[in-house]
Each structure stands twice: as structure tokens, then as C-alpha cells.
Design a protein around this ligand. Structure first.
Ligand code: SF4
Ligand code: SF4
Length: 296
């Protein structure tokens, strides 16, 4: 089974729009939306959710007032200033509370409370789903607002997608990866068969691409690139493709700027589903060139 990941150096490059078309073109694939901080593949693929599971990760401290003896040790030890004195329930008594939005879940207060008065529950940080779409099964997720550990959720979504592909004898997992070069991207790339980096013909696009290709090289993943909206700045598109070749990546095609992309989105369709257009031809070419590469 191959696992192909589509990423971009930053958001807004048109990555998900391309992935939606690839989903329509890919035979026998399981789709995985790993852009868990800003998932939007579902807007085009309209998944029918079949299984929904809580994503739990990390812990938060909370003080049981009835057991707290008011010594203040927890507040003195918390390096994140998440614990403060609140009110005096009676003369001479002190009380403390945890601000859960400041708590980093390090556990220091829990281990050092002499009265064992601090709970340390696991947090629900979001949900992940197994769904059906018109282009095959999809695993996707939603991270709760402000929740962390998106890298862990990305790994979970990929793992579930691979498991589903094994169960259903599907030979491809197609991953819509997160943007950037941080922990979620590393989680999306580790162990993948191949990566397609979607970029745009701008100076920042070139800069972001260089960083992403460094990552792909580090993980020894065969990298391809595609310049989206290349005709906005053809010279910069040339420059980006040259730089990508120098970094060991293969340009697999260019995608033009075309209002057909927005028109398809308005209809809730991938570009290649929305009828014949030069843009759809560009996307087909990129897909065929990418899967035609000798990816192990
Ligand atoms: S260390 Fe324990 S007993 Fe002391 S103030 Fe904190 S919660 Fe209360
Ligand atoms: S778990 Fe760590 S960060 Fe959270 S309140 Fe306790 S000491 Fe502070």
C-alpha cells in the first residue's frame, strides 16, 4: 500500500482544492484529511459520518477545594502561573484554583500537593471520524479550538486510514497534509511513500518550498512539486522549479489560475468533477505525472 501526502509551505496555496480532484481521480484510495487545525476537505467531499470518536490527549490540573489545605505550594511551584489564590472561605483559610487555559499539564503541582487535592484528568481535545464519501472512505478530524497536540491527531488519522485501507484491500492512502513545517507536518510526512508539495509563484512560496523540501529530504521521502497559479508570475514559477530540481524534487506539472476553481467550489465539486476545462486538464496532468513516478 502506498501513502501519498500533499502538503504546502503555508495555507492558502490551493492544496485542498487539488486533493479533492486527486480524490476523484484516485482509484481505490482511502482519503485522510490531516489538516486537522483547519480541515476543509469535507466541504467538497461532503462526508457521511459513520463513526465518531473522541480524541483525548494531555492532562489539566484542577484543585478539589474540599481537600485543599491552602498551603500554596502548588502556586509557588507552577512555572506557568496557572494557579492563583482565589478567596478566603473563612478567616485564616486560603484557597487556590487552576486557570485551565494557562495550565500546561506538566503535573508538578499534582506530584507536590501534600494533601493529594489535585485531580489530573485527561483532556478531550477534539474528535476524529470515519466517513463515506462519493470517492471512497475518508478519515478526518476536528481539533477543539485552542487545543494542542495536532501532531498526535495527525498521526492518529494516518494510522486509522492505513488500517481502513488494509481492511478494505485498498492500495492507496491519499493524505491532505497540514501546511507549514512544524510538528503536524512532520507527523504527516514520517514514513510516507511520497510527497507532493503545492506552492505558488511568489518569493514567500519559494522560501516555504525550500524549507518543506529540506524536511522531505531529511525523512528521505521522494518529493514532487507543483506550482499552482503559475501564470500569475511565470518567471518565478521557472525559478521555483529550478530550485526544486536542485533540491532533488521533481516538478510534475503546473496548474493555471482559473476562476473554474472557485466555480467548482461553489457547487461543492472538485474541479475535475465540474466539467471539461483547461484547469481540470492541468490537474489531471499533475496527478498522472505524480502517480507515474517510481514511488516505492
Ligand atoms: S498544594 Fe495542594 S493543599 Fe496546597 S494549596 Fe495547592 S492544592 Fe491546596
Ligand atoms: S499541571 Fe503544571 S502547568 Fe498545570 S497547574 Fe499544575 S504545575 Fe501548573
Amino acid at each position: 500500500m502506498k501513502e501519498l501526502v500533499v502538503i504546502s509551505g503555508k495555507g492558502g496555496t490551493g492544496k485542498t482544492s487539488l486533493v479533492a480532484s486527486f480524490a476523484a481521480l484516485a482509484p481505490n484510495a482511502v482519503l485522510a484529511d490531516c489538516d486537522v487545525d483547519a480541515a476543509d476537505l469535507h466541504l467538497i467531499l461532503a462526508p457521511d459520518i459513520r463513526r465518531r470518536t473522541e480524541f483525548r490527549s494531555g492532562h489539566r490540573a484542577s484543585i478539589r477545594a474540599e481537600n485543599c489545605v491552602g498551603c500554596g505550594r502548588c502556586a509557588a511551584l507552577c512555572r506557568f502561573d496557572a494557579i492563583s489564590e482565589t478567596f478566603r472561605p473563612s478567616a485564616g483559610a486560603r484557597a487556590f484554583a487552576v486557570d485551565s487555559s494557562s495550565c500546561e499539564g506538566c503535573g508538578v503541582c499534582v506530584w507536590n500537593c501534600p494533601a493529594n487535592a489535585i485531580d489530573f484528568d485527561e483532556q478531550v481535545c477534539g474528535e476524529w471520524f470515519v466517513s463515506g464519501t462519493r470517492h471512497g472512505p475518508m478519515v478526518h478530524a476536528r481539533l477543539a479550538p485552542g487545543a494542542e497536540n495536532s501532531g498526535k491527531l495527525v498521526s492518529l488519522v494516518r494510522e486509522q486510514a492505513r488500517e481502513l485501507a488494509n481492511q478494505e484491500h485498498r492500495d492507496l492512502v491519499l493524505v491532505d497534509g497540514p501546511p507549514g513545517t512544524g510538528c503536524p507536518v512532520i507527523a504527516a510526512l514520517t514514513g510516507a511513500s511520497g510527497v507532493l508539495v503545492v506552492t505558488e509563484p511568489t518569493v514567500s512560496g519559494a522560501h516555504d518550498l525550500a524549507r518543506v523540501l529540506e524536511l522531505a529530504n531529511h525523512f528521505k521521502i521522494q518529493a514532487a512539486i507543483c506550482v499552482n497559479k503559475w501564470d500569475i508570475h511565470p518567471a518565478q514559477a521557472d525559478h521555483i522549479e529550478s530550485a526544486a530540481r536542485a533540491a532533488g524534487a521533481t516538478p510534475v506539472g503546473r496548474v493555471r489560475y482559473d476562476k473554474a476553481a472557485t466555480a467548482a467550489q461553489r457547487q461543492g465539486l472538485a474541479v475535475v468533477e465540474a466539467g471539461v476545462s483547461p484547469l481540470a486538464d492541468d490537474i489531471r496532468t499533475v496527478w498522472n505525472n505524480w502517480i507515474g513516478m517510481n514511488i516505492p
